[in-house]
Design a protein around this ligand. Sequence first.
Ligand SMILES: [Zn+2]
Length: 52
Amino acid sequence: MAKEMTCPICEAEIPLEGDEESGDLVMCSYCKMTLKMVKMKDKWVLTDEFEE
Ligand SMILES: [Zn+2]
């Protein structure tokens, strides 16, 4: 099932394949920022904060 995320930097919508897992990295094609996907409860969020 395809998902769409909103870039926290530029607020562009980022289409996803739908098989991403928590912790995967995606790149916003608009601002070129690398973002980490994190699943919080049943909602996916993108963060530019990397803890590792
Ligand atoms: Zn962006």
